[in-house]
Design a protein. Structure first.
Lengths: 202, 209
């Protein structure tokens, strides 16, 4: 699955590359940290420091842009000890991991129309999200993989740096649809808040 | 230059996606002890057990045993000590008195899923304590709410069967308690198995009489 995603990523780059040379385009590669909400702490109650994204924004009008984003955030939890369940118990090293890869179409409205100035914006995205739940206890390893619909409202700031470069700071709330039951008998939703800082070309 | 930089960034991103930070990496971290229980009346009232001194060793054809019959006596002694320590009484003359449960032990050096194996009567049918009527067409009944577990590579399986309450109509022998000590088989696996037996009893306080 990862290799297929990699292929898709390279394809996106190949398609997008000619556009990079056009004006009014902002691309950025972002480092992203995240905080879990909802059922996400099942896979890690603390903040996630593993995440990245790549996005492109076409500044179609002075105050608006449309774009695309692909990224990932990862949560994990490592525990040892005895875990009880209704019909027994198990002792060992337990590892849980949750990877979410959103593929979004985005839009934003900017309070300032001058692209050379720092510009606060509000916006959001929608699209698909690939969710990979992983559980390991001892020799037993299990995956649950889903494609979810996802909505991602965001606020942030775009800024210009030296010649032809710029960046994006964004705060996004990721709200995916429910994933199939895996750890437990019911479906779960894995929302999270991400803070990203990216640099790129404009 | 721009497409190249973007491509490099994306490759790094994809590489990051393919790894699991802080994941389990060593063989010692792959050891686990799983216990399943049917905590209904039959277990709560049982207090006598029989413990045949034979351990069935099962491995895939052509495989080499890591845990051999040399350790059988020590494994049996460890199980006996756990039960006696919990206040159970061992019945050795099963012809004179039938125990409440029989505890059977197997070493499985192969990949299996579940809590029972189908060829149990072929391995244990010789035991004289089975009530009249039990036979090769009987199977084990899983505990209520049991979650099947996978035991791979190497598992010491301890099972406690309720021989007093076999279901004649369904031909099932109730499985009251099961413990699986699993791990990657290495030279130290035997000691790990003994430690695992202690852990199985430690996480099963309901066995105390």
């Amino acid at each position: 699955m990862i290799s297929r995603l990699l292929t898709s990523l390279v394809s996106v780059v190949a398609i997008a590359s000619p556009l990079v040379a056009q004006e009014k385009l902002l691309t950025a590669t972002e480092y992203s940290i995240a905080m879990p909400f909802g059922d996400t702490p099942t896979y890690g109650a603390g903040s996630s420091w593993t995440g990245a994204a790549w996005e492109a924004r076409w500044m179609s009008h002075p105050h608006t842009s449309i774009g695309t984003l692909i990224g990932f955030n990862e949560f994990h939890r490592r525990e040892s000890g005895t875990f009880n369940f209704p019909g027994g118990a198990v002792t060992g090293d337990q590892y849980r991991d949750l990877i979410m890869i959103p593929l979004l179409v985005t839009g934003a409205w900017y309070f300032n129309s001058n692209p050379d100035d720092p510009r606060w914006y509000v916006g959001g995205g929608g699209g698909l999200q690939y969710t990979d739940q992983y559980f390991q206890l001892g020799l037993d390893q299990r995956h649950q993989r889903n494609w979810n619909a996802v909505l991602v409202p965001e606020v942030g700031l775009t800024f210009s740096a030296w010649y032809a470069t710029g960046g994006i700071i964004s705060l996004r709330y990721h709200l995916p649809s429910e994933s199939a039951a895996f750890l437990g008998s019911s479906q779960r939703r894995f929302p999270y808040l991400s803070l990203s800082l990216g640099f790129g070309y404009r | 230059m721009r497409p190249l930089a973007t491509l490099i960034a994306l490759v790094l991103l994809a590489a990051a996606m393919s790894c699991y930070p802080d994941q389990i990496t060593s063989t010692t971290q792959l050891a686990s002890v799983t216990t399943l229980v049917d905590s209904q009346t039959a277990l709560r009232t049982a207090h006598t057990f029989a413990l045949p001194d034979t351990i069935i060793h099962s491995r895939q054809p052509g495989g080499v045993s890591v845990i051999t019959h040399k350790g059988d006596a020590e494994i049996i002694a460890q199980i006996r000590a756990g039960l006696v320590g919990f206040g159970w009484q061992e019945i050795t003359d099963v012809a004179a008195r039938r125990p409440d449960v029989v505890v059977l032990t197997a070493v499985l050096e192969q990949t299996n899923t579940g809590v029972a194996y189908s060829d149990w009567w072929a391995n244990w049918g010789w035991w004289p304590g089975w009530p009249v009527g039990y036979g090769p067409d009987w199977a084990w009944a899983s505990p209520v709410n049991a979650i099947a577990f996978t035991y791979q590579t190497g598992t010491l399986l301890i099972t406690m069967l309720d021989i007093q309450h076999g279901n004649v109509s369904t031909r099932r022998v109730p499985l009251l308690w099961a413990a699986g000590v699993s791990g990657v088989l290495t030279a130290s696996s035997f000691n790990g198995a003994l430690t695992g037996i202690d852990q199985a009893f430690s996480q099963s306080p309901y066995l105390e009489r």
